[in-house]
Design a protein around this ligand. Structure first.
Ligand code: LMR
Length: 394
């Protein structure tokens, strides 16, 4: 049997991690995988998470199973963080999942059960794991224009023109904030326009939100999903706590199926619980519990907010200093978009050959599509990157 297996295409983000590890140069710079790093290059455990972990060790008295859909307290804490009071509890079916990827996978499986012919519309470009999972599940997909290669902003006209060809019942996958890989995001008024458009065309939003708090702040970053939750008859949300709580390896994610009509929620809830049972029975609990403890404890929450805000503003400072360094070197404002982008990533707009050149000459590792992780920079590496960008002729 095993001889029938075929080698699978390498994930370009994960293979970059291995290439970086194997590079012997001391001054190499990792701008690859989307993991937050401080100025010392470490991915620290957030203070509030560590404190919650200590407390949990003392008070947890069983490791028996949670519910099939995870812990209701976790659902409620994240529903409130992401959607605030835009919908009530009885409008939301939720299931804890292994990370944001688990939530995306379960959401797609729900769509396949309910509407097997629905096409899933993806932004061009998007996180490579989106099309990879959709293809693996054998679901129809299509792309809508999103990134304007010239301005490095959103091609909003192109986006709506392409989505205009979608059929009623198709699903539109949207990045809730901090678009991965481009860093270019919809404005509040564009979100409103998208919401009106989706509703008029009877398209269903599926929001992937993995970086809430990394862009313009926790509330501003949730504007899109909140507005959609208020206005659309139904929607799906896949959320990740990996980044904003720094619990990457704990795999804490959540799938939410939101419906204006609360009478739909029990069926939705039964479905997401069923899907968990088919794929892994009970979801992981440790990371989810830490997140719940942090959100529900006033002091821990305040400390988490302070640390998260420090991470966010630190990335903004790095963005600004990179844009300034490039302004100085090129005597132009061509790279100002870096300061305007939000979240962990920016797409530089370099060719694959230029990305390769930067890797060879300066030991800079960014994804081949020229996505760079801003949090991989520090005061020392900003000028090195600026030099490399100029030398590569980007
Ligand atoms: C990324 O985009 O780099 C992260 O979301 C990590 C991953 O799993 O790809």
């Amino acid at each position: 049997m095993f001889e029938a297996l075929k080698a699978q295409p390498a994930d370009k983000i994960l293979s970059l991690m291995a290439a970086f590890r194997d590079d012997p140069r001391e001054d190499k710079v990792d701008l690859g995988v989307g993991v937050y790093k401080n100025a010392e290059g470490q991915t620290p455990i957030m203070r509030a998470v560590k404190a919650a972990e200590q407390k949990l060790w003392q008070v947890e008295d069983t490791k028996s199973y949670t519910g099939l859909a995870g812990d209701a307290g976790y659902h409620e804490a994240l529903r409130s963080l992401i959607l605030n009071d835009t919908v009530s509890k009885d409008q939301v079916a939720a299931a804890a999942t292994p990370g944001g990827t688990g939530a995306i996978r379960q959401g797609l499986e729900l769509i396949r059960m309910a509407a097997p012919d629905a096409r899933i519309w993806l932004s061009a470009p998007t996180w490579p794991n989106h099309p990879s999972i959709i293809k693996y599940l054998g679901m129809p997909m299509a792309e809508y224009r999103y990134f304007d290669a010239e301005t490095r902003g959103v091609d909003f006209g192109g986006m709506l023109t392409d989505l205009d060809t979608a059929k009623p019942g198709d699903v539109v996958l949207l990045h809730g904030c901090c678009h991965n890989p481009t860093g270019a995001n919809l404005t509040a008024s564009q979100w409103q326009e998208v919401a009106d458009f989706l509703k008029a065309k009877q398209l269903i939003p599926f929001v992937d939100i993995a970086y809430q708090g990394f862009g313009d702040g926790l509330d501003a970053d949730a504007f899109g999903p909140r507005h959609l939750a208020k206005t659309q008859p139904e929607m799906l949300i896949a959320a990740s706590c990996s980044k904003n709580f720094g619990v990457y390896r704990e795999r804490a994610g959540l799938l939410m199926a939101v419906s204006q009509d609360p009478s739909k929620t029990p069926l939705n809830q039964g479905t997401v619980a069923f899907l968990n049972r088919q794929n892994y029975s009970f979801p992981p609990d440790h990371g989810a519990r830490l997140v719940t403890m942090v959100l529900n404890d006033e002091a821990l929450r305040a400390d988490w907010l302070t640390e998260l805000e420090g991470i966010r503003t630190g990335m903004l400072t790095l963005r600004q200093s990179l844009a300034d360094a490039l302004r100085q070197r090129t005597n132009s404002d061509r790279f100002d978009f870096i300061a305007q982008h939000r979240g962990m990533f920016s797409r530089l707009g370099a060719t694959e050959a230029q990305v390769e050149q930067m890797r060879q000459s300066h030991g800079i590792y960014m994804v081949s599509d020229s996505r760079l992780n801003i949090a991989g920079l520090n005061a020392q590496s900003v000028p090195i990157l600026a030099d490399a960008i100029v030398a590569a002729g980007v």
